[in-house]
Ligand binder design. Structure first.
Ligand code: ADP
Ligand code: ASP
Ligand code: MG
Length: 414
């Protein structure tokens, strides 16, 4: 008998009817003879609603109080789900993050899990109970409630699976697996049978919201068997694992995208050895996350620097740069909002030159100007205007033959 961790996301527990459906899925797992630990999200759009309420009071609510507020969403689901299981004569107990022993670092709003004391969960499991844990939350050493960042219930589930040495962690959601791109926007997106930890990490970091990036990090570091699957349909999902063979010998596995990107340009930066470190250290001290960086030297010997940030950080970035203008030593600032990043990801790129070239060719054919570029061994990202984002995704998805049309055609010709 092994331990299985099941995680059900917001849509999957969005109504009482769906909570009863989830209870049924848990019963099936239990009846297969497993010990079951379940992680759930807040019901439906509850977390968004809580955020909206806070915003009606303050544009920058106190971060501790924000965590106190947001952590309540999951607590509603755990108790209702435990009641539903009890009603089916299945012993079940609900735990908030701290009751489940989930310790985090002392950061509000985006805390990392630092340790899990599984004693309380183990005790309940050994007594035959199903344990239901509130996702997305933990507690600091000083007893403060923290949350793990939006989408963080995935991370609670995978971290618990690692700590409990579970056989498997199943992420049940409103799609039936990881697709070649977001199926909500691209109808021809195809479900992947499997995807490697590294590819999934890139996809998640580049905007594929189906898994929280830190969940993938945990799975990779602790070798957790992870599967993304549907909470509604009983079909195979997508396995996320170590080494994965390319299906159909394709070079690219998927296309990810995200909007709300701002490009900041610092013109006439003093050209000395420390000017770059000074500017990025100053931004880091204000917790501003910088993504792509481009620098060029001008004829008069100064440097022009462009970097991309999330648009949410734009006001703060502007303040930091303007308040430190003399210290940083630059002439002028410029910014471009309403940008998006479109990325292609696949481990096959390492050994196939010309992938980036093909991506730029496709974007050029579509008349889409590229503002910034970044690459790694297994991805190429292009920053474009956000009005062009979905057009770029569609075109790249088609050009790299990721869609189901292609594979269907192949089958029907045989
Ligand atoms: P949950 O509430 O279950 O955690 P999420 O909304 O966080 O669900 O994640 C599931 C959603 O992720 C899907 O509805 C889909 O729109 C989106 N998504 C983005 N990229 C992908 C992808 N490559 N494959 C599957 N789903 C994706
Ligand atoms: N309820 C949280 C959110 O909406 C965490 C999660 O669902 O994973 O972001
Ligand atoms: Mg999610």
């Amino acid at each position: 008998m092994g331990i299985i961790v099941q995680k059900f996301g917001g849509t999957s527990v969005g109504t009482i009817e769906r909570i009863l459906n989830v209870a049924e899925r848990i019963r099936e797992e239990k009846e297969r003879g497993n010990e079951v630990v379940v992680v759930v999200s807040a019901m439906g759009k509850t977390t968004d609603q809580l955020v909206n309420m806070a915003k009606q009071i303050s544009q920058q609510p106190n971060k501790r109080e924000m965590d106190m507020l947001l952590s309540t969403g999951e607590q509603v689901t755990i108790s209702l789900l435990a009641m539903a299981l009890n009603q089916m004569n299945l012993p079940a107990v609900s735990f908030t993050g701290w009751q489940a022993g989930i310790l985090t670092e002392a950061v509000h709003g985006n805390a990392r899990i630092s340790n899990i004391n599984t004693e309380a969960i183990q005790k309940q499991l050994s007594e035959g109970s199903i344990v239901i844990v509130a996702g997305f939350q933990g507690i600091t050493e000083d007893g403060e409630i923290t949350t793990l960042g939006r989408g963080g219930s995935d991370t609670t589930a995978v971290a618990l699976a690692a700590a409990l040495k579970a056989e498997k962690c199943d992420i049940y959601t409103d799609v039936s697996g990881v697709f070649t791109t977001d199926p909500r926007y691209v109808k021809s997106a195809r479900k992947l049978l499997s995807v490697s930890y590294d590819e999934m990490l890139e996809l998640a970091n580049l905007g594929a919201g189906v898994l929280h990036p830190r969940a993938v990090e945990f799975a990779k570091n602790y070798n957790v068997r992870l599967e993304v699957r549907s909470s509604m349909e009983k079909v195979d999902g997508t396995a996320i694992e170590g080494e994965v063979k390319m299906e159909q010998n394709l070079v690219v596995r998927g296309v990810a995208f995200e909007d709300e990107i701002t490009k900041v340009t610092v013109l006439g930066l003093r050209n000395n050895l420390t000017s770059l470190s000074t500017i990025f250290t100053t931004l880091a001290q204000h917790h501003i996350n910088v993504d792509i960086i481009i620098q060029s030297t001008t004829e008069d010997g100064t440097t022009n620097l462009s970097f991309s940030i999330h648009t949410n950080d734009w006001m703060e970035t502007l303040n930091v740069l303007e308040n430190n203008k003399d210290y940083l030593g630059y002439e002028q600032l410029d910014a471009e909002n309403k940008l998006a990043k479109v990325s292609i990801v696949g481990s096959g790129m390492i050994s196939n030159p010309g992938v980036a070239a093909k991506m730029f060719e496709v974007l050029a054919e579509q008349g889409i100007p590229v503002k910034m570029v970044s690459t790694s061994e297994i991805k190429v990202s292009a920053v474009v205007e956000d009005k062009n984002m979905l057009k770029a995704v569609q075109a790249l998805h088609e050009a790299f033959e990721l869609g189901q049309h292609h594979s269907c055609k192949k089958v029907s010709r045989q």
